[in-house]
Design a protein around this ligand. Structure first.
Ligand code: CTP
Ligand code: MG
Length: 229
């Protein structure tokens, strides 16, 4: 039996690149706020005993979840949510509200991967990169081309041993601000992080084109379910 997990959903971003009127996590998506799709997926996972949402100012947590104030940067929102976690939870699932296509199966796969043996401090969803990636220091001159076969695009959910995440988030404010995911802070702290291969679409809604595509996919899936297929 897996240890009880707490889930942290970070939903406090402004969504500047989407350019919507309000915060991205509350933008309507296939008939409900974007955030609700992630809450649904997490509520289907029996190992998850508590869901905490880092919120933008003036917004309320969905039913069945605990709301906390978000921070100025993403990792600060994670830290604020972690402070409200049940003391008994040994496993922490971190998820971006901006990934509404997440499935309960992917969350369960990440929790199981962490549980499998005692070797890992984190298990994170990832997919092989599709494009060839170049490194450039100035955005003009290409410095190198890493082998694509070794590159993985990482997502959320990211599942952590609580003590490893707490230690990693104890870094400086500058490191918190520079972190584009939480696993990199655990890596920097000497932690062992493993990939969990994501089998279904789980892209991040960043632009209005992403929002339109996510709406089509979730709308079509809902219609299929309603028609009993
Ligand atoms: N997030 C957060 N607190 C912040 C910044 C981001 O909780 N201070 C959350 C967002 O709500 C989102 C996730 O982190 O669910 C990933 O961030 P991103 O996709 O960059 O969302 P935004 O910051 O809202 O978008 P943008 O960068 O375009 O403003
Ligand atoms: Mg952002």
């Amino acid at each position: 039996m897996s240890a009880t997990a707490v889930a942290l959903i970070v939903a406090a971003g402004r969504g500047e690149r989407l350019g919507s009127d309000g915060p991205k996590a509350f933008v309507p998506l296939a008939g409900r706020p974007m955030l609700d799709w992630s809450v649904d997926a997490l509520q289907q996972v029996s190992a998850v005993g508590q869901i905490i949402v880092a919120l933008p100012e003036g917004f309320e947590a969905p039913q069945g979840t605990v709301g906390v104030a978000g921070g100025a940067v993403r990792s600060q929102s994670v830290l604020n949510a972690l402070a409200a976690a049940d003391p008994g939870a040994e496993v922490v699932v971190v998820h971006d509200a901006a990934r509404p296509l997440v499935s309960a199966a992917l969350i369960e796969d990440c929790i199981a991967a962490l549980d499998q043996d005692g070797r890992w401090d984190a298990a994170i969803a990832a997919a092989p990169v599709k494009d060839t990636v170049k490194r450039s220091l100035d955005g003009v001159a290409v410095a190198e081309t890493p082998a694509r076969s070794e590159l993985w695009a990482v997502q959320t959910p990211q599942v952590f041993r609580r003590e490893a995440l707490e230690r990693a988030l104890g870094c400086s404010e500058a490191e918190l601000a520079a972190a584009s995911d939480d696993a990199m802070l655990v890596e920097a702290d000497g932690g062992r992080v493993r990939l969990v291969h994501c089998q279904s679409e789980n892209f991040k809604v960043t632009t209005s084109a992403d929002l339109a595509l996510a709406g089509q996919m979730l709308g079509a899936a809902t219609e299929l379910r309603a028609s009993g297929v």
